[in-house]
Design a protein around this ligand. Structure first.
Ligand SMILES: *Cc1c(COP(=O)(O)O)cnc(C)c1O
Length: 493
């Protein structure tokens, strides 16, 4: 353990400060009228001991309604550290993390591709970051135009008519889309449609969003080849079905070839088709959900369109609709309050920069990379579905059973500087390893990953015990997964 691996509280020495402020305003703060609330800025700008005196109690002083109930009784115990301690502490912490900027991150279903920094720069331009949603419209025309341009771009990419930018995540988009579906049926007096069909390979958010929307979930099975069982689907369709939620390519990375027939069947029974577009990456510029017969869809701008995904960062899940559903989309469709503007801006810059021609390449290269890894490793990892995949595919653990699990493989990858793929999802296989390399990786990176995966397969034969204990070279070894999830220690005591 390095010296700076200590918690910041352990580095604290009374009276040590990171910077000094001129005395002026703060000097006679004691005389401020009691009703005047100190701003949060005052607390953050002062030294630790000032913050102790001017803690949340003062922040809430002007808000009688908040009441003394939540006033702090003991002084706030903030760490007192010098600037260099703070810098080293957080710089070291940042290096204990893993991100797409530090290494290969083949997280299936979640598209962790490299996001060009130029899009970040554009979203950071002061003319954009300084905007306020309450500004008069005539002062924010450029920003509103971004929504209009983005609506057009996404409509061209997906074949939908129009989009709403309100939803801030994929799951949020799903809920919005399902509410539109419900509205569509109810406006026609068709109130018996309370069920939504979801394949057994679906992302967990699909049934979850349906349940939150008050719909009952009917599961349609996949066939041996990983595709929706159309005969089983026929048996489920009826006057109680509001629609079906599909992702295509599905979570096994397989294109649902029967999509035209599925769309026909669902529409004939009076239902709508919802497209989970979180995995739009392989289809960019090649195939459009609108042309496949989908009526409602969401996109994950974080994942496909230049915003890193994961760790609960900001996202955007715009929802697009066909002509049929358009009357139920909120109006105005463009306003200063719509969604995570910075994410939309970044995605717009990304799309314009790629343009019509190059956007096609993204999906094709992502597909090529996934198939390359799949074919290069199938002699050491179990490949339950051997057909050509799209942007991702699933192994079912090691080919040879030495008691080494998918979790062991995933943990060992960290020792070699690779982030683990998605594991134990989808639920169709017991030892699922879901790999999605994305289009942004070089052949050398893919080859290095393949070499390490092969090496781990060798280690599994020679020394399974060593793998059960992996990772060995990371700041934290292998925590007890259950305890870490159920009783996380997130607070310094
Ligand atoms: C990531 C993902 C979602 C959910 O998106 P969030 O932004 O995490 O809510 C839904 N469906 C699929 C297929 C996904 O990969």
């Amino acid at each position: 353990m390095k010296y700076y691996d200590k918690l910041i509280f352990e580095l604290s020495k009374p009276g040590r400060i990171g910077f000094s402020l001129p005395e002026t305003l703060l000097a006679d703060k004691q005389q401020l009228p009691p009703k005047k609330p100190a701003t949060l800025g005052t607390v953050r700008g002062g030294t630790a001991s000032e913050a102790q005196r001017w803690g949340p109690k003062d922040v809430f002083q002007g808000q009688a309604a908040a009441g003394s109930r939540i006033w702090r009784e003991a002084p706030l115990d903030l760490p007192e550290v010098s600037e260099v301690d703070v810098v080293r502490h957080y710089t070291n912490l940042s290096q204990m993390n893993f991100g797409v900027d530090t290494g290969f991150y083949p997280l299936g279903s979640c598209t962790m591709k490299y996001n060009p920094k130029i899009n970040e720069e554009i979203a950071n331009l002061p003319g954009f970051t300084g905007l306020h949603p309450l500004q008069p419209n005539e002062t924010v025309k450029g920003a509103l135009e971004v929504y209009v341009g983005m609506d057009k771009a996404l409509a061209a990419i997906t074949g939908m008519k129009h989009f709403t930018f309100l939803p801030c995540a994929g799951a949020h988009g799903e809920l919005t889309g399902l509410m539109l579906m419900r509205e569509y049926h109810q406006s026609r007096g068709d109130t018996a449609r309370t069920k939504v069909i979801v394949p057994d390979s679906a992302h967990g958010t699909n049934p979850a969003s349906a349940a939150v929307c008050g719909l009952d979930i009917v599961v349609v099975k996949s066939k041996e080849n990983g595709l929706v069982d159309v005969d089983a689907l026929k048996g489920l369709l009826g006057p109680d079905i509001a629609g079906i939620m599909l992702t295509n390519p599905n979570t096994l990375g397989l294109f649902e070839r029967d999509i035209k027939e599925i769309a026909q069947l669902v529409h004939d029974c009076g239902g709508l088709l919802y497209y989970d577009g979180a995995n739009m990456n392989p289809l960019l510029g090649v195939v459009r959900p609108g042309d496949m017969g989908f009526d409602i869809m969401h996109l994950n701008l974080h994942k496909t369109f230049s915003t890193p995904h994961g760790g609960g960062g900001p996202g955007a899940g715009p929802v697009g609709v066909s002509d049929k559903v358009l009357p139920f989309l909120h109006i105005p469709r463009v306003s200063g309050f719509h969604g995570n503007f910075g994410i939309i801006l970044r995605a717009y810059a990304y799309i314009l920069m790629l343009g019509r021609e190059h956007i096609k390449l993204a999906g094709k290269l992502a597909t090529l990379g996934a198939n390359y890894i799949k074919e290069s490793l199938k002699d050491c990892y179990k490949l339950p579905i051997p057909t050509v995949c799209k942007h991702e595919f699933v192994f079912d653990g090691l080919l040879e059973d030495n008691g080494v699990t998918t979790l062991d493989v995933a943990k060992r990858l960290l020792d070699y500087g690779f982030h683990a793929p998605t594991i134990y999802f989808p639920l169709l296989f017991h030892q699922a390893i879901m790999i999605e390399p994305t289009e942004t990786e070089s052949l050398e990176t893919l080859d290095a990953f393949i070499a390490v995966m092969r090496r781990i397969a060798e280690e599994a034969k020679a020394d399974p015990e060593m793998l059960h204990g992996a990772p060995h070279d990371t700041p934290i070894g292998r925590p007890d997964e259950t305890t870490a999830a159920r009783q996380p220690v997130l607070k310094y005591e």
